[in-house]
Structure formats: C-alpha cells, structure tokens
Write a protein that binds this ligand. Sequence first.
Ligand code: FAD
Ligand code: FES
Ligand code: FES
Length: 1345
Amino acid sequence: MVNNDKSGVLVFYVNGKQIVEENVNPEWTLLMYLRTKLSLCGTKLGCGEGGCGACTVMVSKYDRKSQIIRHYPVNACLAPVCSLHGLAVTTVEGIGSTKTKLHSVQERIAKAHGSQCGFCTPGIVMSMYTLLRNHGKPKMEDLKVAFQGNLCRCTGYRPIIEGYKTFTEDWEVMQAANVMTKENTNGLNRCGMGDKCCKLQNGTTSTNGINGNHEHQNDVGKLFEPSKFVPYESSQEPIFPPELKLNDTYDNTSVMFKGEKLTWYRPTSMEELLQLLLQNPGAKIIGGNTEVGVEVKFKQQFYSCYIQPAMVLELNQIVVSNETIRIGAGVTLDEIESTFKTLIKIRPEWETRICQAVVEILHWFAGKQIRSVASIGGNIMTGSPISDLNPIWMAIRARLHLRSISGNRTVLMDEHFYTGYRKNIVNPHEILESIEIPFTRRNQYVYAHKQSRRRDDDIAIVNSALNLVLSESLQIEDINIAFGGMAPTTIAVKKITQLIGQKFDEKMLENAYQLLLDDLPLSDNVPGGMVSYRRSLALSFFFRTYLNISKQLNVPIDPKDLSALDKFTSKPSKSSQYFQIVENEHVTDTIGRPIVHTNALNQATGEAIYIDDVPIFEKELHLALIFSKKSYAKILNVDLSKALAAPHVVDFILPEDIPKDRQTCGMMGDEEFLRRDLVTSQYQVLGGILATNQLSAKQAVNLVHVTYDELKPVVSIDQAIEENSFYSFEAKINTGNVSEVIPKCKNVIVGEARTGYQEHFYLEPHAFLAVPREGEEMEVYASSQDQSGLSETVSKLLGVEQNKVVIKIKRIGGGFGGKETTGRKFACYAALAARKTRRPVRLVLERDEDMGATGGRNPFLVKYKLGFDDNGKIHAAKINLFLNAGHSADMSFAVAMHGTAHITNSTNIANINVISKVCKTNLPTNTAFRGFGNPQTNFAAECMLREVAEYLNKDYVEIARLNLYKEGDLTIYNQPLVDCNVRRCFEEVLVNSDFFQRKQAVDKFNKENRWKKRGIDVVTTTYGIGFGFDAYQQAGALILIYKDGSVLLSHGGVEMGQGLHTKMIQVASKALNIPVEKIHTSEASSDKVPNTTATVASMSSDLNGMAVKDACIKLNNRLEPIKAKNPKGSWEEWIMAAYNQRISLSATGFHREPPVNWDWATNTGDKMFNYFSFGAAVTEVEIDSLTGDHQILRTDIVMDLGNSLNPAIDIGQIEGGFMQGYGLFVIEEMVTLPDGTFASKGPGAYKIPSFGDIPLEFNVALLKDSSNPRAVYSSKAIGEPPLFLASSVIFAIREAIKAARKENGVNEYFRLHAPATSERIRMACQDYITNKVEPVNSTWKVNYL
Ligand SMILES: Cc1cc2nc3c(=O)[nH]c(=O)nc-3n(C[C@H](O)[C@H](O)[C@H](O)COP(=O)(O)OP(=O)(O)OC[C@H]3O[C@@H](n4cnc5c(N)ncnc54)[C@H](O)[C@@H]3O)c2cc1C
Ligand code: FES
Ligand code: FES
C-alpha cells in the first residue's frame, strides 16, 4: 500500500537519461514536461487531443512476462507524465541531430522533400522510428498503419511516403526487380509507366526528371537520390535503459504522486485498487487517458484523484481458454489486435469470427498512437454512442466482470448496460475488471461495419455489428444487431428478433429493412444530423452482411451485387514526377534544381524553432483569452473575481486597458480589439487572464463568468439573403451585353453551385511572444505571414511609432492565408499585456480556440443563368455570387473581387454580368485562404460547363474544348491572354492519363458492378497572378556580406513551408555566383526590410526574388573592379579586398511590378493581373454507392510553371495544394449549428485529408518548354493555382454517382455541392435502399454556410 502522506518520486527515462522528479504535478502531460521542464521542444503541440500526431514520441517498456522490450508510439499531449513511471521515452532529439549524427529516419524525410513547414515532421519521424524499432524491414502496408495518427497539411504526404518507402521490404524487392528488368530490356529500366516509359520514347529522357515509382536507376534529375541515403543500421540504436530491465522495483511498488489539485495513485494489486476506490469517492480510473485527457482539456472536467491500474494483473492480462477469451479491462487495443491476429492464425476460421470482426474494426479505430495506449475498459466505460467496439460486444452479448470491495458480479453487455448518454449500470465503487467473449460456433456469423467522414483515424457516423446463428436449413435461430451512431448510446435493436425462425433469403432481407427502420427512428433535430443518411447506412450495412454470409454459405447472389462486398482498404500508392532538367554549367547555379528545403534537416531533428519553442524569458507571463460563447448577444456582465483569485494568476486585460481612440481594428476598421457591450460572433475576445504558467492561465479563464442577453444570429448565406444582411460593398464586372444576348440564345439554363467553409488547419496554431524592451520598444515574435501588418497594428494599439515595434518571424508552421491578417489582433493582445505588466507575455492559441476564432475560407453560393448555342458555346452569363464573410469584413471584399475575376475559370464568355455580394453573418470572420475565392468560383465555372454539356447531351470534353481560352483571348476584364498554355495543359493531361481509353474502361466497370461505380473527369485552371493593386506589388531585400564571405540574406517574405527562403537563396546564389551554402537567411524581421507585403497571393518568389536579384546586381557592380583585377581570385579574396578598399558590402534591393490598371469602380481597364498560371488534372475515383465511401484511384496533373526555380519545392506545392483542395471539395466539413456554434473544433471532428487519402497513383508533370518573362528567372507563381485542380475529384465522383443513378433509372441533372461528403455521395446515389428512407432535412446543423 502507498504511504498517503508523502508524494512519491517519479522516475522515468528520456532519451537514455534518468529523470527523477520529486515534485511532479500530476495534471501535467508528458508533452508539457518535455517542453517546459526538459526544454525538449522538438515534440510539438498541434491539437492537444490526440488527433494530429505532432506530439508523437516513442515509449519503451520491458514486458517481464514475455521478456521482450515493447516500443510503441504515444501522443505526448494526452499521456499524463505520471503514467510514465518506470518507462523510457524517446523523443526526436534522442535519435539524431544535425550537430552529431542524423538518424536515417530524419535524413530521408528531409532529403525526399517530405518536410515543408516542418511542424508535423518530428511526429512523423517518431512514428516511422517506432515502426523501424519494431520491424527492421517493414512492409508498405505497415507504413500506412504507422501514419494513421499523423497529419500533415503541407506536403500532400506523397514525398514522405516516397522517402520512407526506401526502408521497406517492398522497396528492396522493387529495386531487385528493376535490376532484373533492366537486364531483360537491354539495359533499359522499365517502370510503372509501361509503354509510356520515357526510356522508350524517342530521346525525351534527357529532358525529364523522374522520381517515385517511375524509377530509372541511373537517371539524373530525380527529385532525390535514394542510393545516397545513409543505410539504416538497427544495431546502432540506443539500448533500453538496463536499470528498467534488470530492476522490477518500478513495476512492483505502489506509488502516489500528490499535486496541488490532483493526486495520482498507481496500485499494484486488485485489493489495493478497490481500497483506493473506496477511500477516494469520485476517483477516476485512468487507462490510456485518451478519453479523460480530452474531457479535462476541452470539456472543463476536473477530477481530484486518478487511479492508474496499469500494474494490477487481473486488468492487464488476456486469458484464453477453450471456450472464451477473457480480456483485462486495462489491456490496450493494440495488444488485443495482436492476440486476436494470432488466434485467427492458429484456430479454425469459424471459431474466431468475433476476433476477425474486431481486428477489422480496430484497423479503422483511431491511429496507432491511440491504439497503443487506449484500453478496452476505457472504451466500454466511456460509453460513447459511436464507440467502434461496443456494437460488437453488444451484438455478441459479451460478459463484463465487475469488481468492488463489497463483491464481484458479472453482467451482460446487452441493451440494459447503457442507461443514457455515457452512462451505464456500473456503480461508482465498482471497476470493470475484464470482458469475456466466446469463440464462435460453426453456424454463427459475426460482422461489423463502420462508416466515417474519413477512413483513417475518424470517429464513426454509424457503426454496427451483427451476430447471427443459422440452422442447417438456413433458418435464423438467433439474431442480434447493435448500432452506434443511431441513439445516445450503443443500442441493440429489438424488432429485428422477429426474424427468428425466418429463412435467410431475400424475402427475409426485405422484412429486415422494415424492422430496422422501425427500430431506428431519428428525429429531424437529432444531434449529429444526417438523419436519412444514417438510417440508410443501417440498411446498407445489413445488406452487406447479408451478402457476406450468403457468399460464405454459397447462397446464390447476383454477381453484380458482389461489388458490395469489398470495402476500400489502404493500398500502397505509386507516383511519378516529371520536370525538365536544366543544363546549368555552373555548380553555383541551382536554379531549376531540386535542392532540399534549407530548413528541412533542422525540422526533421526537432531543432527548428517555432514561437512556442522560444525559451521562456525571465518573469514571462502566459495570456489566456476570454472568448465569447454566444454568436450574437449583449454583454451584461463580465465577472473576473474567481479567475483573479485562482493560483498563479497575476493580472488581466480588459477593454478599459485600451485608450478609447484606439479600440477599433480590422482591415476595414469594423472590429474592436476587445468587446465590451455586444458580441457579434462566438470567439470574439472580451479580455484575457495572465498567469505565470499556461495551464493556470487557461484554468483561470474557465472561471470567468460572462452574462449575456442573447439575440437571434444570422448564420448561413441563405439566411443572410433572406434577411438582407450584406456589407455595402459589391464586386461587379459587366462585359459585353448580357441582357441583349441571353434572350437571343437558343438555350438558356439557370443553376447554382455551392462550396462550404474550409478551415486552414495549419499544424502550428497562432502563437505570439511580446517582449517589452527599453522605453517604448516592443519586440514581438510572431507566427504570422505579415510582419509589416503586425508592426503597423501593434504600434497603433500601443500608440508608438512603427520604428519602436519589431516583429520577428523565424518560420511558421503553415499559414495558407490564415496567418495573414487574422494574427494581428492576437499579437496586439500579447503586446498590450506586455505593456501593461512590463513583462514578456506569451499567447499560444489552443487548437479549438484557433479554429473558433480565426475564420477560414469563405463559403460561396454562385447562382447563374447561361445562354448558349446547340454546339455548347456559351455566349452570355448572368451571375449572382454570394459569400459568407462572417461578422466583420476583413479580406472578404478582396476575396469577392478575386472570385469574381475568376468566375469563368478557363472559359471564354464574351458577355458576362457578375454581381458579388458579401454576406454579413454572426460567424467568426472569414479570411484569406489559398486560392482566395478562386477555387470557389472556378468550381462554379466547371459546374456551368457540365450543366451545358448534360443539357445538350454532349461530352464534357467537347464542350470544354469549345469554350476553352486560347492565345490572345480576352478575359472578362479585357486582359489579353499572353502565352496562354491552358490548352496545352488540357490536351497533355488527357494524353498522359489515357483519358479516353480509361473512360471506356470506367464505363465497362460500371456496367459490371452494381455497388461500386467509377468516374473519371478533367478540369483546368487559369489563375491570374497578382494583387490587382499596385501598392502591394513591391518588395525589398537586404544583403549583408561579411568579411569571411558569408552572406546574410533578408527579404520581405516569410518562410511557412513553401520553400521561399530556399528559392531566394537559389536566386542570390545564381546572381552572386556563389554556392548556396554560403548564404543564410535567418528570419523575416520588420527591422531588416520595411513596409513589406504579406507573404500571400503566390507572389512572394516573384516579388522578393526580383528584389534579391536587384540587391545582388548592386553588389556585383561594386565587386566588378575587384574581380577584374584578380579574375582568378576566390569569392573570399574578393570580399576581403572589397573590405580593405572600404567598399560597402551591404545592399538593399527593391522591386516593383509594372502597374495594373483595372478599375473596379468604373469597370474599366485592360490589366488586372501580371500574368497567368495554367494547369489541368484528370482524376479517376471509385465510390461505394452503398455507403458513400470513395477512393481516388489515379490523378494526373500537368502544370505550367514556366521555368521552375526548384522542381522539388514546386511539385511539393502542387501535391500539397491538390490535397488541400481535395479537402475543400470532398472531405472537410465544418459542422455548424443554427446558433452559430462550430461543432468541429479539432482534428477529432474536423477531418483534413490524411496519409490514407492520397491517390493510389499520383502523376505530376511540369509543362515542358514554357517560360515566363514576367517573373524572376522565367518562373511562375505556384502556391495557389494547383489547389483548384483537386476539383477533378469531386467531378469524377459526380460521374460515378451519375452511373449509379443511371443504373437505378434516375437520369435527371443533379447538383453535387462541395464538399462531397460521404453523406452527399450516398444520398445522391438514389436506389431502392435510400428510397425506403424518408428524406429528412436535418435541422440540427446548418446545411450550407
Ligand atoms: C484521437 C482519438 C481518436 C479516437 N478514435 C476512436 C475511434 O475511432 N473509435 C472509438 O470507439 N473511440 C475512439 N476514441 C475514443 C477513445 O480512444 C477510446 O474510447 C479509448 O478506448 C478509451 O480508453 P482509455 O484507456 O484511453 O480511457 P481513459 O480515458 O483512460 O478512460 C475512459 C473512461 O473509462 C473509465 N475507465 C477506464 N478503465 C476503467 C475500468 N477498468 N473500470 C472502470 N472505469 C474505467 C475512466 O474512468 C474514464 O471514465 C478516440 C480518441 C481519441 C483521442
Ligand atoms: S498535439 Fe498531440 S496529437 Fe495533436
Ligand atoms: S510540413 Fe507537414 S504540416 Fe507542414
């Protein structure tokens, strides 16, 4: 028994070093401990809820029973530090560093271009490292499983997989096969491109760089060279701490850690556990803390006592007998999976049908990090209505063994177990000891299903398990079906038992549908919404199970129905990247070469510093903000009394702290820094609390009590239209004569297209650190895309000149537009608090705060009327466009203009009238987001083309070709298209992708398969590059050359993963003719280059690159005479000579773009953009029309980038942009409630694409022989243009849905708005199952924003 009077000493190992902590705070997570106490900041905080993997570390423990060391990945953000007692932790710093030796896991991700902003990188490195520690030679499928719990928002995942593929057995086999094939093809390496292999095309090889699956061992110009990787040596890995292996004291000793508010117990026996439970009423049993950790952090739950039964034998063993498997409640899901897999191997198939169902479901249960620690007991006791395993336990009526000091009992997991939402029949003084499940009988069948928004690591929309016993004559002897997601608890449906006695045949199937519908009513406003979808899923699952069992029993089924059986699974992906190799003479000329991101190695080793990694300053305070919880309300009172009395609280900020004349802010001056009387959206800031540590500040904010008088909010675009809630601004373009031409057109249609909200989901949330310096000086370290904007806003708020406010931005963990204007206010809060307290103040937003407060991509509604002829040529369009801005304007007027300008995408429409209105709603302010209105309106343009094609019953490609821009065409704002490559991209991608041949194959597939349908489609993009506003089109640079010849390069751009610093260094290196290694860029800082334009609009390379070149030219001119005197001298000699001759070795550079002249007010002018980027993509998908699930089979992209400055970086932008666009058009749904609440405020509920979502084949080609005289070294802007190409996925999905509908005789035109969620896909595939379910317009959530 533990000594209750004295707190124990926590002992664990980190990177081989013993940590002895005498005063541990049990409230701390491992992540807090690593970052704050040990200054190991390589492990990042991306979400704090186990959903992003940025905090992944490896935990190792010695299993005394099996005598093996177990390594597993853990989310440090959820693991309580006390749970590590007696264990060993390895962080990214522990495996290698740039200063000593890189680990090959770090080297390969960096050199394969798998690290852009780098914030996700350490977590991904640690997932891979853990995999390698467990399997020296993993398989490709292991790789995908290892990354299920990691997210990356920048790279699009492909390069990470390519880099890490080189560790796999499959890769070695492929290499060996390549060598053999080479021998069989007279020295030519054949590849995945088959006959299209460039080696077989006359001489094109020399101009193409090829990578990925398209392997050619001796090719120059690969994006990276695997043969140069340092081989992986498993024998070099650090050893497990011998003390932990030899000494079992840590395992056998009961411990107690006492903190200020929370006490942690770890008993070693059942008896001790039960006593502790009795002595500490309300104590929380802790398994993996994956549920409790989230409750405490995000749901403001507090518990004063935790009991961790990790050392209680009965709870941590699996006992297999002849009839049953008894699993201790503390056993982790991973352990269950591995035991069940063994049982499946060694026991007869029929006996392990429950095990098979469990293993299948576990694959889709969370990610590896969660499964490694989450316990089965935690899952059962949480009683989530969407638990993935509970339906199985309930369907088979598992036995649950409960223990308490007063006795033991065994209960059935049946319809009586859960008594309400997250409530069950277990008494507070009882614990769940174990769950007992039987082996199945020969005539017993168990199947489980799950449907979620995203396949990997997502919670279920609906899940279900069926347990069926059949007689020999196929009579149903017993049936039990349980569902998750259909009620506040997991439920076992009752009426279905009426099937007992019926024959297992199609007649029974029909009866079952009706019984299920009767059993599963859902009201219109049921939480979760999706009423019709959820009910139809219930029927679909039953149908699939029916087919499964029929097949197993050889009951005849229609062969076309067989396609219902296969579910999509993660499959290895392949890819190729084509780029033109430049024949540079000089080694110093790296322009056009795929050099590695200059920060990649620092990022991969965890040495790269982001704002929250800046070491803590003396006397530093943490600021936590008081956010509005109402969307539209009068503020009656803000009571800080409890918060200010909380421990470690030092001060606060309120509106009173800002002088009256400085209280407004926002791009259009329509916001207030701190709200005093009224809130017009949730997450507006009312004030802030300052404490000496982050946890205390956050906890104190939860004690602030705000009283509101609520008003009725406007949330959606439709509501705004209904209530005439608009900003006074309108963007208009009127070209030609629409009112005259439309009536003359033979065909006229009206339609609409909608796109939803998208969250930026940069991996690093907003973070700021304000440090008051001498007098009025203030230094702010910021995660922002805009140092000048920040310096302007902060200086105004503080009432000082801009020369006293220095903004420093080393790098940011992704931005995508979300850190352009949005961060300004947050920087101000930190600066205000720093000014008030005269102490450094750190403000780091939590993921939910960031998602709630910083807005995202504006949802759009585009209504169109088109006039066209019988060939499909569109002659006129009248368009009304609406976008949801939220409660303040911010950038939405500019987004409206950019969207309006791009409303036809690549389509030439001579007569057009567009009016764009900006809706004012009570939502957080939407803002800039990669594409800036372009993807939304381009989507509408593509919808228009397809509607015309379908109206005329013509092929889309024919209609697209007819209307596509060509050289010299005028845009709708009269700008002539020069070097218009869109047709080239379009035709090339059709050829590269074998479009027409594959379309035929798709048609054939669709004829043969009833429940799986394929679709293939093509889209283009024509993207205007420029701000359309002269003042923004300027840039500055500063180059300092030191006496040793090293060069410090500063420019106006921010590094956010897009490789800007790398490209700028390449530009300077070419211009100065020195190696890139001589040049360093430290940060973006407002005291180096003033009045910079934000790093946005894809223009930063164009603008800053020219400024850098300008500075280099000045320096070259100064050095010219010195070089002339000593032509054979070295750079260092020339620099020293220049110094001795007192020649200035620093220069500023400046660039301004030629003016643009489109005037929105008068609708006149002939130039809005500097030039255009073009591209085209073909995507083929397969959908599961039973469930709405889908898989991208293949994507081919051709992108015109002029002469790429760095193909690796540019291809990374294309792939990353594509995956982000895929999120916008297909996966990401911000569920919003009618009162304006965002229901998706973290990775748990808001799903961005993950590793498992990348196209199974992904081919990217840069258009050959294109150049661009209008940007630095003939390159083109890249950040935003490719994003829209991902709409090829939604259009391919729409084609597949069309095929499903056609098969069911539904031929009318239908609209598929974005995102095409599984719900929308399924409900659009109308068939006899959906027809059985009444259509319900769910009132729980807002359908379109
Ligand atoms: C990122 C993420 C993804 C997830 N994905 C899924 C998913 O796909 N499917 C799904 O079903 N769930 C998912 N979950 C939920 C969660 O992981 C599971 O419910 C998990 O099994 C909980 O186990 P735990 O050991 O971590 O529970 P804990 O958080 O430690 O405990 C949960 C609850 O169970 C109680 N408890 C634990 N053990 C006992 C016991 N022996 N006796 C009595 N009470 C006990 C605790 O007191 C607590 O109330 C996810 C969670 C996260 C954070
Ligand atoms: S920070 Fe831990 S999973 Fe996101
Ligand atoms: S590189 Fe992965 S999130 Fe930025």
